[in-house]
Design a protein around this ligand. Structure first.
Ligand code: PRX
Length: 579
């Protein structure tokens, strides 16, 4: 079979030879990089920040932050001091090791200080995307029994404190706060003024040492059924973050690295916080919304060298055209990567033309905590392929009984269990956790794929109904549940509909209750209802009214039939469908 390949660009990359690395690599060698290998004292925040602050990188810029209003920078030493202050505030509130501390705010330096501060205390951090509305926030805080939330006055109304008995403290990041008044609206919790507390907090803090297997972070993510799942990762994940940062992101001492993901999603923590700082790299955080001009400006302003983003963003940049790219000096870029959805060969070709660089696809999931299948700077690329397993990772395509399949046969993309950043738990849901490991010795990703005869993996789709829209993972069940809360909606079925820019868009099929008539106004009203009740990115872009939805005899809406209708494909086996 003839495959398009793209040759390796440049020389001198960290991972010189992929095959050689696969033969010789062992995770236990990576342990030697960390201070705890000598001291026995573990904490992710120490390795990511304090270790550098106490060494030669102390005056190196760790964080460049900017948005429309702010333009700041912090050295590793300053990051250490700020995160110590945040840890002291949380400590004063009585937050202890193992407590869940949620961070619900837009990107800002304070988000990063608080997140690191909570980790220094041994707490479990739960980052929440700022677009979540009250219902989504409630689900996550309720399930995790969070004791504290760091948020802003603007987002505070979406924290339903009275419904959350475990919640004791809210730390507000904002100016001129009227705590007395706000406390009246939130009588069951104590509100605190972040800036005031910071001003009084000491910059010294005795970090709380933890075990390698102690929990670090809780990321909620969607499946095809049920409420969002709390995926729990441990401090030991740092091995994976560090080593993939070195060999896939190819981070070197002088790099200026920009990961465009928000820390509300796993890419924004594993590769927006941990991987770059474990490697002592300078990290760029740009607040505010996406625009092609703003993104190119960011690369130019900071002379970004390594850039990690998502197919949906690259497609939007492609849509904006080459002329926009030409207005900016992008010559600092030397390495580009992508994650989250299939990276179209067309985008890779465009990248070669406009950025003069390859865009390297990487595959992984919230549950895997770090990259597993990647394209490496040292490896020939086959556009459309996710690449090959990271050294130390065994991936394969298996059938439903766990038998490995030959090349080109599509099946379950599975990973041999036991890599450092593998999730350790689904919070309070052992059954869901065990489902991933139902075939002995394997982690079942829920993606279908095939491998070619040279060991490149090719993504084919999701096995379940999970929707990937603009790089964000949305569970159809969550959207359907919100839709049926609307008084006009009797039943709803939600699918991902292929879209050239967003990968998929959310489409809802809805049957109306008696007394309601289909109309464009009603569609808009329903859309707004999901937007304000759940999250903007979860609102259906398309709504179609149906008299009746296809259901199984047990009453389960058959999304696969809806999808077949939408795509004009055969509906397949309908034996379980009600008449
Ligand atoms: O379907 C795969 C898709 O994103 C899913 C994981 O989503 P999430 O947990 O939100 O994490 C996204 C970022 C780590 C996967 O099951 N996905 C991720 N990367 C790729 C991908 N699909 C195709 N190609 C990729 N490179």
């Amino acid at each position: 079979m003839k495959t398009e390949t793209i040759e390796v660009q440049g020389t001198g990359f960290n991972l010189q030879d992929y095959e050689e690395a696969r033969r010789t690599f062992s995770w236990s060698d990576v342990e030697k990089v960390f201070s705890w290998y000598e001291t026995g004292k573990v904490n992710m925040a120490y390795e990511a920040i304090d270790r550098h602050a106490e060494g030669e990188r102390k005056d190196k810029v760790a964080l460049y932050y900017s948005d429309a209003q702010r333009d700041e920078q912090y050295t590793f030493q300053e990051m250490k001091a700020k995160s110590n202050q945040a840890a002291n505030i949380l400590h004063k509130l009585g937050i202890k090791k193992g407590d869940r501390v949620f961070i619900f705010m837009p990107r800002s330096p304070e988000l990063y200080f608080s997140l690191l501060g909570a980790i220094k205390l041994g707490a479990i951090v739960g980052p929440l995307f700022e677009a979540f509305m009250e219902g989504a926030v409630r689900d996550r805080l309720e399930n995790s029994e969070a004791v504290a939330v760091v948020t802003t006055p603007e987002l505070l109304p979406r924290v339903p404190s009275k419904d959350l008995p475990a919640l004791k403290h809210i730390l507000l990041v904002g100016d001129n706060l009227d705590l007395e008044q706000l406390n009246k609206e939130h009588p069951t919790v104590q509100l605190h003024d972040y800036h005031k507390e910071m001003a009084d907090a000491s910059t010294a803090f005795d970090i709380v040492w933890v075990d390698k297997e102690d929990p670090l972070i809780l990321h909620y993510t969607s499946g095809s059924t049920g409420k969002p799942k709390g995926v729990l990762h441990v401090h030991y994940a740092m091995l994976q973050h560090y080593q993939t940062g070195k060999w896939v992101l190819d981070l070197k001492e002088d790099d200026v690295y920009w990961c465009t993901a928000d820390p509300g999603w796993v890419t924004g923590t594993s590769y927006g916080i941990f991987a770059p700082w474990l490697n002592g790299a300078t990290n760029v955080i740009r607040g505010g919304r996406f625009s092609p001009e703003d993104w190119y400006y960011t690369i130019e302003k900071y002379k970004v060298t390594v850039w990690y983003s998502a197919p949906t963003a690259f497609r939007m940049l492609m849509g904006a055209g080459e002329a926009v790219a030409e207005r900016y000096d992008l010559s600092s870029l030397r390495h580009i990567l992508s994650v989250g959805e299939p990276l179209n060969p067309e985008v890779i070709r465009w990248g070669l033309q406009v950025y003069k660089l390859r865009i390297h696809d990487t595959w992984w999931m919230t549950e895997t905590g770090g990259m597993l299948i990647c394209n490496y700077p040292c490896m020939e690329m086959r556009p459309g392929s996710m690449g090959k397993p990271f050294p130390g990772i065994e991936a394969d395509i298996i059938d439903d009984e766990g038998n490995p399949l030959p090349p080109y046969q599509m099946g379950n993309l599975a990973i041999k269990v036991g890599w450092p950043s593998m999730m350790r738990k689904i919070w309070k849901n052992e059954e869901k956790y065990n489902e991933y490991f139902r075939l002995k010795g394997w982690y079942i990703s829920g993606d279908s794929a095939y491998k070619d005869e040279d060991g490149y993996f090719w993504f084919q789709g999701r096995v379940d109904d999970v929707i990937m829209t603009a790089g964000e993972r949305v569970g159809p069940f969550e959207v359907e549940s919100k839709l049926v809360e609307h008084p006009a909606v009797a039943e709803a079925g939600v699918i991902g509909k292929p879209d050239p820019v967003r990968g998929e868009i959310i489409k809802a099929f809805i049957s109306l209750r008696a007394g309601y008539e289909p109309s464009e106004e009603l569609k808009e009203e329903i859309r707004q209802f999901v937007k304000t009740g759940l999250a903007a990115h979860a609102a259906p872009r398309e709504i179609e009214f149906k008299d009746k939805l296809p259901k199984t005899r047990s009453g389960k809406i058959m999304r696969r039939v809806l999808k077949a209708w939408e795509l004009g494909l055969p509906t397949g086996d309908l034996s379980t469908m009600e008449d």
